[in-house]
Design a protein around this ligand. Structure first.
Ligand SMILES: [Zn+2]
Length: 193
């Protein structure tokens, strides 16, 4: 009886950790946990099909997604992709790797050690009226750079992946520009649009 209960509990844990709202195509793109340190294919404007995918509105992540291995692997692989020495970036959004979910990684140039941090379901709550023109590039628009007018400060909200509480942060300068660029991706907008 004890053994039966144990097997049932193990099965339940397996079921819960394997449940997520990622589609089968997305799961296939994300791959297995063993591939965590490998670079993902980046969707670019060079392909009409990929460009129309980049123009989609991304869907929110759920609390259940947070507990899935698929989510953990996606984070690992997005980090490997944005840190690719051959094609590095300062931020990346899940739609750029073919995952239509509200997840971004931003290099926090305003923090010690300039770490990459992930944000779940991020929303820009407030754009400062003060704006500045600055140069931008995008991993999904290879070989191009252009100037974009952006707010110099933003207030962002996002979900804490563990407590699922709403968090807020005020961000300035170049890091604020990255947040605007990456959240635009979640709303199907490229900086060239
Ligand atoms: Zn971009």
């Amino acid at each position: 009886m004890k053994r039966l209960l144990f097997s049932f509990a193990a099965l339940l844990v397996l079921f819960i950790t394997s449940c997520s709202n990622f589609s089968s195509i997305e799961k296939h793109r994300i791959g297995l946990p063993e591939q965590g340190d490998s670079v993902m294919h980046i969707f670019t404007n060079q392909s009409e099909q990929e460009l129309s995918f980049l123009h989609l509105q991304a869907g929110p992540l759920t609390r259940r997604d947070m507990r899935s291995k698929v989510y953990a692997t996606l984070k690992d692989r997005m980090l490997a992709t944005v840190n690719d020495p051959g094609n590095p970036g300062v931020g990346i959004a899940a739609p750029q790797v073919g995952i239509s979910k509200q997840l971004i990684a931003v290099q926090r140039f305003d923090k010690d050690g300039e770490p990459f941090e992930f944000y779940v379901n991020p929303v820009i709550e407030k754009y400062s009226p003060t704006q500045k023109w600055g140069w931008e590039g995008c991993l999904s628009v290879p070989g191009k750079r252009d100037t974009v007018l952006r707010s110099t400060q933003v207030i962002i909200s996002y979900r804490d992946p563990v407590s699922w509480d709403m968090q807020c942060d005020t961000v300035d300068g170049f890091t604020a520009v990255i947040f605007q660029h990456e959240t635009d991706h979640l709303n199907g907008k490229l900086y060239i649009d």
